[in-house]
Design a protein around this ligand. Sequence first.
Ligand code: FES
Length: 106
Amino acid sequence: MTKITYIEHDGTSHTVDAPEGLSVMEAAIRNMVPGIDADCGGACACATCHVYVDGDWAGKTGERSSMEESMLDFATDVRDTSRLSCQIKVTAELDGLTVHLPEHQG
Ligand code: FES
């Protein structure tokens, strides 16, 4: 199991055990982490699973695809560390990953 920590805008922290193969979005939904809506169910078509990857982890979560880039145009307050969490696959390498949740989501 890979541990992932989601930090809400107000600082509330949720650490979950995520099986490999799920997405970071799916692990949040399964554990009822607030702040991730995932309206499209992970099809990279809604941008309501927007997260900010904690600085140290940006290199390990991979690059945004061009489709993800396009969808992020619909998100608010997009930053360099913005990702769509449905596009990040949970792997053992991501054990300890921390992501921050945007203020206006959920
Ligand atoms: S769940 Fe819709 S873009 Fe990620």
